[in-house]
Design a protein around this ligand. Structure first.
Ligand SMILES: Nc1nc2c(ncn2[C@@H]2O[C@H](COP(=O)(O)OP(=O)(O)OP(=O)(O)O)[C@@H](O)[C@H]2O)c(=O)[nH]1
Ligand SMILES: [Mg+2]
Length: 377
């Protein structure tokens, strides 16, 4: 997936529909001079509804949908007829979308299942017609209730991808290579750090038509919590994973130290991540012969299941898949509920600025076509 296609953050202004006013109609026909009140109720304003959809993987379809308005309810009319309800606006979002209030950063709701619906902003109720207000002492009320006003709210939608296993490692650890070997995903692979700039998802097929989802996120480095490297921006994508696969290359100088750094960075981002089940994969094992491999097995982190793999020779890959499958199916590793902490708005304004800068750069790019018949651009 090209980097500009991965959108995991959008801010949208939503306005529900206002309720239609009630009617103050008084009944008349050629035989009835004073038929009394018969004004109907106004229709409800349209809601803004979020619906989970498995057809979307990112929020790209909402990138330019900055304003979303639902329809207003129509007013009631004679013969106690109800006004038409305003059209609801349904926003389809990928499963794993979390919604925050853009002003306060407060967590509002999250959508995790396909077809799940949440009314994000309620439409105004329609006003009651004058028929409701007739009393013994006021048999011809010449008034009716106005409809409720619309509600405006700016929300931030943030995607936390739903994968079963998340890959955690320093840049160049071989994460994308593993994903490309076990799934049909085609992530970029190269021998320089930070090849992966946005998360990649892949479906790993297991035996008997079973499968699980693997998320490859950009590499983490020491100090990521303070914003080094790509920072912790993408760590939210492993918050919902059942298990984490730590990946450390076999030629690392100190596996235990690297493991501790990675763990510490996760802890700084969200201490709950450390409670997740972890597996350690020592990657690129084709680079060492058996003797050296035995030697390095003596210096491994304690208390974590470790597999030795090579994405190039295929060594250890079936064992790794077996282990992942067993772990993700353990009841204790299922992610039941995760706590969504309130969002820090100041931090996310920076994120928006970055996006805007990228947009501007895209516009600039067009200038290179000038003078080759594209001058009208
Ligand atoms: N010999 C050997 N090389 C490997 C293996 N797996 C990956 N590599 C090489 O290691 C380099 C980095 O691989 P990537 O998969 O891009 O690493 P990454 O962890 O995704 O890196 P970032 O995206 O930068 O975080 C590439 O040159 C790969 O060819 C392996 O099993 N054996
Ligand atoms: Mg990569």
């Amino acid at each position: 997936m090209a980097s500009s296609n991965f959108v995991d953050y959008v801010k949208i202004f939503c306005r529900s529909g206002k309720g239609g006013p009630g009617s103050k109609h008084l009944y008349r026909d050629k035989l009835t001079m004073k038929g009394g009140p018969d004004g109907g109720d106004g229709g409800r304003g349209g809601h803004i509804i979020l619906r989970g959809s498995k057809n979307h993987w990112t929020l790209i379809h909402l990138k330019y949908a900055r304003h979303i308005h639902a329809g207003d309810g129509e007013s009631g009319s004679l013969s106690r007829s109800f006004g038409k309800e305003g059209d609801d606006k349904v926003i389809e979002v990928p499963c794993g979308t979390v919604v925050y209030d853009a002003e306060t950063g407060e967590f509002l709701c999250d959508i995790t299942n396909d077809g799940e619906e949440v009314v994000l902003v309620k439409g105004g109720r329609g006003g009651q017609g004058n028929w409701h207000f007739r009393t013994a002492t006021n048999q011809t009320p010449r008034f009716a209730q106005p409809g409720e006003p619309s509600i405006e709210k700016t929300v931030i939608l943030q995607l936390k991808v739903l994968a079963d296993v998340g890959l955690v490692g320093f840049p160049n650890a071989g994460k994308s290579t593993l994903l490309s070997v076990v799934s049909a995903a085609k992530p970029e692979i190269a021998d320089y750090p930070f090849t992966t700039l946005v998360p990649n998802l892949g479906i790993v097929s297991y035996r008997d038509g079973k499968s699980f989802v693997m998320a490859d996120i950009p590499g983490i480095i020491e100090g990521a919590a303070e914003g080094r490297g790509l920072g912790l921006r993408f760590l939210r994508h492993i918050e919902r994973n059942s298990i984490l696969l730590f990946m450390i290359p076999v030629d690392s100088e100190d596996v235990v130290k690297e493991y501790d750094i990675l763990l510490n960075e996760l802890k700084q981002y969200n201490p709950e991540l450390v409670d997740k089940q972890r597996i350690l994969a020592i990657t690129k094992c084709d680079m060492l012969d058996d003797e050296l491999l035995e030697e390095m097995k003596k210096e491994l982190p304690q208390g974590i299941q470790t597999v030795f793999i090579s994405s190039v020779s295929g060594m250890g890959i079936p064992e790794l898949k077996d282990l992942i499958w067993t772990e993700i199916n353990k009841e204790s590793n299922k992610v039941v509920e995760i706590t969504h902490r309130p969002m820090e708005i100041a931090y996310h304004e920076v994120e928006e600025e970055i996006e805007e800068e990228i947009d501007e750069e895209e516009e600039d790019d067009l200038s290179q076509y000038k003078g080759i018949g594209w001058d009208e651009l």
